[in-house]
Design a protein around this ligand. Structure first.
Ligand SMILES: Cc1cc2nc3c(=O)[nH]c(=O)nc-3n(C[C@H](O)[C@H](O)[C@H](O)COP(=O)(O)OP(=O)(O)OC[C@H]3O[C@@H](n4cnc5c(N)ncnc54)[C@H](O)[C@@H]3O)c2cc1C
Ligand SMILES: Cc1ncc(C[n+]2csc(CCOP(=O)(O)OP(=O)(O)O)c2C)c(N)n1
Ligand SMILES: [Mg+2]
Length: 573
């Protein structure tokens, strides 16, 4: 029998090793010290972060880049509360992470002991599940169950809070008995019992169908199935922000991104479609605009592993609560081939002759536009980089101008929209995929939120490249002020340090660029350099992201780029 005597602290690391964990991201402190003391005996690399928020984003970036569970560890009180933003970020984007926190001794709980916070209470609404462990013998089974919960069904964050006495006392661990057994709570009253036959009947009958591909495609590993579905029925595909990479951008049926900053022709096609096939996406408000006028001409099929998402935002005709891959696989043999020439002709008409955003051929007018930088980055990295973005205008330009052809190659905070995500998430992504070329695309505002993690990247000797899109503004908020608050720029002009000097003080190779002609040499030098490198792109300050569906507006009522302007959006603009 596989029974061992050990402390709770040892049981923690032994359980992590059994779960295949090789790296954890964390920061020590009093209540987690017994665990840190035991750590040295186990084959797990600990990455010392500079702020616990960074640890959670690193675990998240690790998970998104690899599909494995990322692990973050912190002490009680402020260590644990610093994790809250990262946990909520992972929750909103269905990212599997396990957070371990130290807690004060079990006898002190509720006494306002030094560095005591009720972290399980605080994180209850932002975790898939959480545990307070007060006995050593519960450490191993609960840690193992935490991994099972984090990665099963719809993935998400799980927190395990372990009291100091549970770490220090001894217990017997029977590893066979720690094997987690999850039971799925099924409620027959909930929607989600649509059948494959109903879905196939709607698809075969549709003249203007459109697939809406979301993050669930990658989470399910359904990339091949979705392409077969699309090709068999010649059904065009629109991507959510988090779906990007799930279908190659270069695939002829991939129309591009939908939603607030999606392609104009995609949003119009959604409004004209007679069938939406929503696959692993949750009809976020950034995607639908005004629900009352959303896709009124379309019947709707929705497949989602989480029943709670079905008929939540958008009422559908066929709701299927299932893992995407087997769900689509069931449809494939029954699908009727169909060329749907008229529908494709209509979409091509919507795209106009500038369907390809041909910004590279536009003459250099002496200004440096973020879109150019991103598009050059895509060209110079052959589209093969893992790009980790922050939140704001640069995030949207990245989605529009970097063409992602492979899953997990765009890592971005969609649901919570967490500024400060990019740099730490990129550290995690690089550790998960050391052979990948990793680029951070970050605004001058968001970079200043977590730039302390530069030290972590340097200490770990990581080879990552940082591209700051420096517009001197909290650009996305400035854009809203420009469009909706009569250009009253309240609290959006933002200064910063000299990013080049700052980087150099960390021992990082850095360069500033304010001319388009210098983009190529700067990117090439950064790619050649082994280690962290940073480029401060000083871009046009008051540029805006187009098209834009104002929050809550009808999806087809997009604000277009005013012409004449050097960047062409669509022929219709
Ligand atoms: C500044 C800003 C602007 C934005 N603008 C846009 C925009 O223009 N367009 C846009 O698309 N987004 C935009 N977003 C992102 C948006 O807020 C949402 O995060 C995004 O649309 C969510 O995409 P999703 O539904 O595919 O992914 P998620 O929110 O991750 O949802 C994934 C869904 O897949 C399901 N799922 C998981 N695993 C499986 C499985 N195995 N099988 C089946 N289903 C599964 C989950 O239950 C969930 O319902 C913006 C965000 C920011 C910060
Ligand atoms: C933590 C956090 N605080 C505030 C916001 C609101 N917000 C969204 S985008 C944005 C501006 C981002 O500015 P910057 O990082 O410079 O990127 P830019 O939009 O200029 O590309 C702000 C403040 C947020 N998303 N996250
Ligand atoms: Mg900015």
């Amino acid at each position: 029998m596989a029974t061992e005597t050990m402390t709770g602290a040892q049981a923690l690391w032994a359980a992590l090793v059994r779960e295949g964990v090789t790296e954890v991201f964390g920061y020590p402190g009093g209540a987690i010290l017994p665990a840190y003391d035991a750590m040295l005996a186990y084959p797990i690399h600990h990455v010392l972060v500079r702020h616990e928020q960074g640890a959670t984003h690193m675990a998240d970036g690790y998970a998104r880049a690899s599909g494995k569970v990322g692990v973050a560890i912190a002490t009680s009180g402020p260590g644990a509360t610093n994790m809250v933003t990262g946990i909520a970020t992972a929750m909103l984007d269905s990212s599997p992470i396990v957070c371990i926190t130290g807690q004060v001794g079990s006898k002190l709980i509720g006494s306002d002991a030094f560095q005591e916070t009720d972290i399980t209470g605080i994180t209850l609404p932002i975790t898939k599940h959480n545990y307070l462990v007060t006995r050593a013998e519960d450490v191993a089974p609960m840690v193992r169950e935490a991994f099972a919960v984090a990665k099963s069904g719809r993935p998400g964050p799980v927190l395990v809070d372990i009291t100091k006495d549970a770490q220090t006392s001894s217990c017997e661990v029977d590893w066979d008995a720690t094997e987690p057994h999850l039971t799925e709570a099924m409620d027959d009253e909930l929607p989600g019992d649509g059948t494959a036959a109903e879905a196939v009947a709607l698809i075969n009958a549709a003249e203007r169908p459109l697939i809406l591909a979301g993050h669930g495609v990658t989470l399910s590993g359904a990339e091949r199935e979705i392409i077969t579905l699309a090709e068999k029925g010649r059904i065009p595909i629109a991507m959510t922000l988090l779906g990007i990479g799930g279908v190659p951008a270069g695939h002829p049926l991939n129309l591009g991104m939908m939603g607030m900053h999606g392609e104009a022709w995609v949003n119009t096609a959604i409004q004209e479609a007679d069938l939406l096939i929503a696959l692993g996406m949750r009809f976020d408000d950034r995607v639908t605009g005004n629900l009352r006028t959303y896709a009124q001409k379309a019947r709707k099929i929705h497949v989602d592993i989480d029943r709670a998402e079905l008929n939540k935002n958008v009422r559908v005709d066929v709701a299927i609560a299932k893992d995407l891959r087997p769900a689509i696989a069931e449809w494939l043999p029954k699908l009727a081939p169909n060329a749907r020439d008229e529908w494709h002709a209509r979409i091509n008409e919507l795209k106009g002759d500038s369907a390809v955003r041909d910004i590279q051929s536009l003459p250099d007018d002496g200004h440096l536009y973020a879109a150019h930088v991103i598009n050059d980055l895509w060209r110079l990295t052959d589209g093969n980089a893992v790009v980790v973005t922050d939140v704001g205008q640069h995030q949207m330009w990245e989605a529009q101008y970097y063409k992602h052809d492979t899953p997990r190659s765009l890592i971005t905070s969609g649901g919570l929209g967490t500024m400060g995500f990019a740099l730490p998430a990129a550290v995690g992504a690089k550790m998960a995929r050391p052979d990948a070329e990793v680029w951070v695309v970050v605004g001058d505002g968001g970079f200043q939120m977590t730039m302390c993690e530069l030290a972590t990247a340097v200490q770990e000797g990581l080879d990552i490249n940082i591209c700051i899109i420096n517009n001197g503004y909290l650009g996305m908020v400035r854009q809203w002020q420009e469009f909706f608050y009569e250009k009253r720029y309240a609290a959006t002009p933002i200064s910063g340090p000299d990013f080049v000097k700052l980087a150099e003080s960390f021992g990082i190779q850095a360069r500033a660029v304010d001319q388009r002609c210098d983009v190529e040499s700067a990117v090439t030098a950064a790619r050649r350099h082994r280690g962290v490198s940073l480029i401060d792109f000083r871009v046009e300050q008051e540029d805006s992201v187009y098209p834009m569906v104002p929050a809550g507006a009808d999806l087809h009522k997009m604000i277009r780029r005013p012409s004449p302007h050097p960047i062409v959006e669509t022929a219709a603009d």
